[in-house]
Every structure is written in C-alpha cells, then in structure tokens.
Design a protein around this ligand. Sequence first.
Ligand code: GLU
Length: 427
Amino acid sequence: MEHIFPSHEAHLDGPLFRNARLVLEDAAQLINCDPNVLERLKRPRKCVTVSIPVRMDDYSVKVFTGYRVQYNSTLGPYKGGIRYHQNVDLPEVVGLAALMTFKNSVLGLPLGGAKGGVAVDSSKLSRTEKQNLTRRFTSEISDLIGPTRDIPAPDVGTDPQTMAWMMDTFSQERGGYAQHAVVTGKPVEIGGSLGRNHATGLGVVYIAEKAFEKNGMNMDGSRIVVQGFGNVGSFAALFAHQRGAKIIAVSDVSGGIFNGDGLNIPELIEYAKQNKTIKGFPHATEIDNKALLELDCEALFPCALENQIDTDNAERIKAKIIVEGANGPVTNAATKILTQRGVFIAPDVVANGGGVIVSYFEWVQDIMSFFWDEEEINDRLKSIITKAFETIYRFHAEKKVDMRLAAMAVSIQRLEKAMLMRGLYPR
Ligand code: GLU
C-alpha cells in the first residue's frame, strides 16, 4: 500500500479509513460543505491504545492490545461496537469509528460515532480467558465509556455475553450499582432489548426489500448469496428465506457452501450451532469465497469483513443488487466500477444500521427502565431504516450520484448543521 500520511499519522493510513475519506471528500464537494467542518470531519477526536494483560488457563499471562476510538460527538454520546479479531489494528478501528459517525448521522440518531477492538482470535480463547480479557479491557477504557459518554456494543467476535461482562465490570468498579445503559446488545435478562440480537440481519432484509422494489424486482423467488454466517449473515439469510428468496450460497471462515435450489436456512442455522461451522452441511457442495462472490444471482449480501469487493473482482460480480451487511465490504473504486455496470449498491451506513438503531432503543429503554415488546421494536426499526433509505434514494435520483455518495452527503449535511450551530470550542 502506498502511504499518504506522515509516520506520526500512521493511524489514519488504513485502507478502510482512506476509502471513507475519499467518499467524504467527494460528498463534501457535492453539498458545498463548509471547509472548516470538513477538516474536522476528516479526523478522529480521540484514539486510545491500551495493553490488556490476561491470565490464561495455564496460569501464564498474555498481553493483548486494545483500542477505543472516539471519532465525533457532535450529535450525542459516542456509540459503536467492540471487535475481537486477529487483524484489528488502530487504522482499522479509526475507519470503523468514522463509519459509525456517518451511520448514526444518516439514520437520524442522537448519537456520535466510536469503535473499539482487541487484536485477538477469540475463537482460540476459552470462556474464562475471554471473560478475563473483556473485564480487563473494560477496566482499561472505563474512564472513557459510560451511559452519557460512550456506549459500546457487539461487533465481529463479541456477543451479548461479552456485553454482560462489560456491563458488570463497569458497574462493579463504580460501587456495584447496576449501570445497564453503559453498553447495548446485552442479554434481555440484564437490560437488553428484545429484537436486538437479530436487528442487523432484519435491517439488511428491510433494505434489500426496498432495493428490489426500486429496481423493479421481487425478493420472492430471487436467488441470494450471503457472505458470512455470523450474527448478521445468519439472520439476514433467515429473514430473506422467510420472504421466499432462495439462498443459493453462504460462507463462514471455513469456506462456502452452494445449492442452486436454495439452502434450507433454518436447518443450516441449527447445523452451524451444533458444529460451530457450516462446513459439511448436507445437500450442498463446497465453494470457495472468491467464487461465491462471483456467483450468478439477483442479490449479494456481503456480511463479513471489509474490502471484499475491490478493483480485482468488481468486474466479475454478477449480482444486480448488493446490500452491505458488513462495514466497508465494497471499496470506493469498486463502487464506481459496479455503478457503471448498473449494479445497485445499498451502502453499509444504512444497510447494516439495524444493529445500532435497536441499540439506540435499548439505551433509551435502559434509561427509562421501561421495556417495549418485540413488535414495537421491529416496527420502529423498519420505520427509521426505510425512512433513511428513502432520503438517500431521493438524493441519489435527484443528483444522479451513487447511493454511497448520496448516503455520505445526507450524513454530513446533518453533521455540518449541528457542528456550525455548536461552533468551535473555545471559539
Ligand atoms: N457493531 C455494530 C455496527 O457496526 C453495532 C454498533 C452499535 O450497536 O453500537 O453498527
């Protein structure tokens, strides 16, 4: 990779963040954004790196590295998930924190943007080791987070149990009083929200329905490919399957599986729960990740990691619609190629927004100590996410720009207004 930042700014030099900045600069030009606002939006406000010593099961101590990046808090408290993955580094977390800022703004939530992560392959940790890591990491960033400051949530490699440990550690360190609203994505027994666990996947399908509709297509009977079978991919596959789509291929870290007649998704979810992998699922053939992305289908849901579709494979993608369940799965250059070829892309900041929308509901419910039923949550989720989609779609149609650029433009318009109203401290 060619480096464009001086060495003391290496944290700004990751591929994900560079992509986000390219879209940001294009969008700023399009809306004639105040140059002072743009300068501020191009950088994270605070980046914290911590060392996390962890007692392992064999009694040795291993030291991991963790990060919390607080990107922008103009619209409200910082909000964004915690990722456990071996490839996590500061530039990646900066990129993800920027995306959270633009996502929360475009969705109209009263929240800023942040992200955290630990460089660790959590599948290699025992439950005790994962708990030890989570508690010490929470303690190390405990001065940064809080119900009115910065509210973490799950992301790749973390789950409701991880959030339970974070909430408990934070509460214990403050006199033992339960502070539910410090994290979202918790189990429902301790202040979690109904509907949070499946929210990102459900949001992906609400957006896919809209994308099909706008392109004069129908999800019922369509062929869909899903990359990733974690929290986002498995629920997106399930909800699309329930709406009559044929999920012809899915993948996880072990590789992909294919069945041209459509996979039985409820059975696959059961299989994956028992076997901890989709590998070996009956009535399917194996397919590698590269071939999976290039399958002939109506829609592709990339629900794994960033930079999966770039200039190397963009020309070979056959899907007519791409719904970005992951953060940053299609690069900016690939977006241009695909758009030129007539592929419709529903960008990450709206397509995977279901998670943070229901996180927002969870935070509100925790603060009120009054909880809603699941129907109300799903309905409110649908209303917020489809409204954001329609706003972006209108901008895209009027200004004749791709949906990613439209989403960024709508997002920074709101941020710009708020930043100008608040002004610059001290002046
Ligand atoms: N990690 C999710 C995301 O990337 C959810 C964030 C949240 O709920 O705060 O949007």
